[in-house]
Design a protein around this ligand. Structure first.
Ligand SMILES: Nc1nc2c(c(=O)[nH]1)N[C@H]1C(S)=C(S)[C@@H](COP(=O)(O)O)O[C@H]1N2
Ligand SMILES: [Mo]
Length: 316
């Protein structure tokens, strides 16, 4: 997914108007390196974080998934959070610089009045539930994660969304002081992802504040991230500071970077290969053999009706 190693990028490029075109060249060169870099299960190059504070009174397993959870140490030492660097270990190495309090989310756009909520108030809006979901990265690795959170609909309820809203944007923090790689324009910061409003309102879509019963590790998107279990992992923006309701389908960080590779919908689909590799199977973190990838990541029964009549090869 990533382009070329940020250390190769001279700071002078930061203001260079040609950056966008070069970004596309970087992407073209990515294919092979990616396959090697994305290989999960190798020896840990970074230490797993210390365990965080446990949430109290979490409602157990609301959406049951009869699969073994990926070990905490794998989920916290292998992942993507490009604001902290390009490698799978970069988040574990660098995310300790993130300050997660005080933290607010600004809710604006197609709403009656824009509002800013403190995270500690948001946490009281609804019971925290454990939701064990499959996570499928577009790069071909996957995991099973017991998230802690509640439906996004709880936020929408308080946002006074207007009738014109059709899509929702999720903006990650982009503070170069805490996130060193935000200085380097290999993505168009801030990291903004978006989904349709009806997808956001689906009961499987959650705001997650933790995992494995604990507050979210910083490298996994503390203090709050989006989880949409039937979509590729990159739709799940981490460390969210702004949620904007909009009327028209917006550009996202990935459609801006390579619309032919990372479509707006990005529903997990074994029948629609990525431009440079198959999506037919995946490797679970910590496992050796690959498994078949399921349509909508195994959630077809719950979410398939959101897409009736749509050509999923065109709207990939
Ligand atoms: N802000 C932000 N959110 C992000 C990313 C990122 O680089 N920055 N990476 C995405 C990708 S590609 C994946 S697969 C998941 C990884 O989440 P995990 O590290 O908890 O496995 O986060 C997603 N959210
Ligand atoms: Mo990903």
């Amino acid at each position: 997914m990533i382009i070329r190693r940020p250390p190769d990028i001279a700071p002078s490029e930061i203001t260079d108007p040609g950056v966008y075109n070069r970004r596309r060249e970087f992407l073209a060169g990515l294919g092979l390196g990616l396959a090697a870099a994305a290989l999960p299960g190798r020896a840990l190059a970074v230490a797993a974080p210390a365990h965080g504070a446990r949430f109290e009174g979490v409602v157990p397993n609301v959406v049951t998934l009869d699969e073994k959870a990926t070990p905490f140490d794998s989920m916290t030492t292998y992942g993507n959070f490009y604001e902290f660097g390009p490698d799978k270990e970069s988040p574990a190495r660098n995310a300790h610089r993130l300050r997660t309090r005080p933290w607010t989310i600004t809710v604006d756009g197609a709403v009656k009045t824009p509002k800013t909520f403190a995270l500690d108030d948001i946490l009281k809006w609804a019971p925290l539930e454990e939701r064990t979901y499959r996570l499928r990265c577009v790069e071909g690795w996957s995991a099973v994660v017991p998230w802690v959170g509640f439906p996004f609909a709880e936020l929408a309820k308080r946002a006074e969304v207007t009738g014109n809203a059709k899509f929702v944007e999720f903006w990650s923090l982009a503070d170069a002081e805490q996130m060193p790689f935000v200085r380097i324009p290999f993505l168009d910061w801030p990291y903004v992802e978006a989904i349709r409003l009806d997808e956001a309102m689906h009961p499987l879509t959650i705001l997650a504040f933790g995992m494995y019963g604990e507050v979210m590790p910083k490298q996994n998107g503390a203090p709050v991230r989006l989880v949409v279990p039937w979509k590729y992992g990159f739709k799940g923006a981490k460390s969210i500071v702004r949620i904007r309701f909009v009327e028209k389908q917006p550009e996202t960080v990935w459609t801006k970077t390579a619309p032919d590779e990372y479509g707006f919908y990005s529903n997990v689909n074994p029948d629609v290969p990525h431009k440079r590799w198959s999506q037919a199977n995946e490797r679970r973190l910590g496992e050796f053999f690959r498994r078949r990838t399921l349509p909508f990541n195994g959630y077809a029964e719950q979410v398939g009706q959101l897409y009736t009549g749509m050509d999923l090869k065109r709207y990939f």
